[in-house]
Design a protein around this ligand. Sequence first.
Ligand SMILES: C[S@@+](CC[C@H](N)C(=O)[O-])C[C@H]1O[C@@H](n2cnc3c(N)ncnc32)[C@H](O)[C@@H]1O
Length: 155
Amino acid sequence: MRVRLLAVGTRMPVWVNEGVEEYRKRLPRDFALEVEEISPGQRGKNADIPRAIAQEAERIRARLRGDEHVVALEVDGKPWSTEQLAQQAEAWRFAGRDVVLLVGGPDGIEAGLSLAAEQRWSLSPLTLPHPLVRILLAEQLYRAWTLMVGHPYHR
Ligand SMILES: C[S@@+](CC[C@H](N)C(=O)[O-])C[C@H]1O[C@@H](n2cnc3c(N)ncnc32)[C@H](O)[C@@H]1O
């Protein structure tokens, strides 16, 4: 199974890319995490936020493959413990489909795109900055994998 992280935002600070890479490189090939960046919608001086969100949604839709299990990351999504995440990952693997995780930009994911996702996952009731979400996701996927294989990392 492969997990693709489609995340709005480009030119992340080095600490973000290094943080993601730290966990990404620990994952095996059959649980690989790939990160694909989506360029943010236009937010000019007279920012038209709904238009920027729609542009981002269009770019995300263009990158969806159609055969993947889509999970939208949302503050008001379903909270999963690490154990529940590991169970989810087992279920995704059992279903034989790759997974795509959607992370929105500063103004979130377009409602239609988010509601069309098969699952909506909340990492916390706190609203997190999207660069930090990437690192948290990478660490939690790694942690879930260690739980699945009985690696001592998770305790
Ligand atoms: C700064 S947040 C956007 C906040 C925006 N007001 C909203 O309502 O979504 C950017 C992205 O990070 C992700 N995100 C932020 N906090 C999260 C959380 N607690 N759980 C899951 N995803 C989160 C979501 O994908 C969100 O679209």
